[in-house]
Design a protein around this ligand. Structure first.
Ligand code: GRF
Length: 205
């Protein structure tokens, strides 16, 4: 990918959307050379769609409710991403599996953020508080966050970037997840800027 380009970003998010917000803010201030083109959510009440509307970015609700026929949702998501000229797809707390067609069309260009140092504390069932509870139960002194490429398996694709976060004595799931989330916001923006600058090269579209 040539350097110095403005990355065209698409997002899929299910809930509050704080990672999305961090990226929107960085695009706005110019810290990140990227343009948010569209935000898709399976949840019509999500904070993510609300944040999109507040930032005047197209917000689209697509789910098995809007597209009940098998395969139709995958096709609809792909059509929207392509219609908006999305080059890199960011999953930001998207609680659904991406369909095969979308994954094939954007192979090597779909990113996800996970709140642990993968491959530790990742895979099926490791999401939300479960991750931080497992980190505490294992007595880890350090945890963190990972941005990785998405493939067919949960939390499995190539790691692009990671950030370390200390586990402090007396941490609860709440204090630890808040500390990690803050760093997730930094990490996602940093990784995308590394892609925009050409430091991290993704597969061609
Ligand atoms: C984050 O912890 C992220 O790592 C995980 O889902 C959570 C999304 O949070 N994949 P938010 O919606 O960005 O606030």
């Amino acid at each position: 990918m040539p350097t110095g380009r403005v990355l065209q970003l698409g997002f899929l998010a299910s809930h509050r959307g704080t990672n999305l917000q961090a990226i929107l803010d960085a695009c706005k201030t110019g810290r990140l050379q990227a343009r948010p083109r569209v935000i898709i959510s399976n949840n019509s009440d999500s904070g993510a769609l609300q944040r999109a509307r507040e930032a005047s970015v197209p917000a689209v609700h697509l789910s098995t409710y809007t597209h009940p026929e098998p395969g139709a949702l995958d096709g609809a998501i792909l059509a929207i991403l392509q219609a908006y000229g999305v080059e890199v797809v960011c999953l930001a707390g998207y609680m659904k599996r991406l369909g095969a067609r979308t994954l094939a069309a954007y192979r090597g260009r779909v990113l996800n953020i996970h709140p642990s140092l993968l491959p530790k504390f990742g895979g099926r069932g490791f999401y939300g508080e479960v991750v931080h509870r497992a980190v505490l139960a294992a007595g880890e002194r350090e945890t963190g966050a990972t941005v990785h490429l998405v493939d067919e398996e949960y939390d499995h694709g190539q790691v692009l970037d990671q950030i370390q976060v200390p586990v402090e004595p007396g941490d609860s799931v709440e204090t630890l997840s808040a500390r990690v989330l803050q760093q997730e916001h930094r990490l996602y923006v940093r990784t995308l800027q590394r892609i925009a600058s050409g430091e991290i090269e993704l597969q061609e579209l």
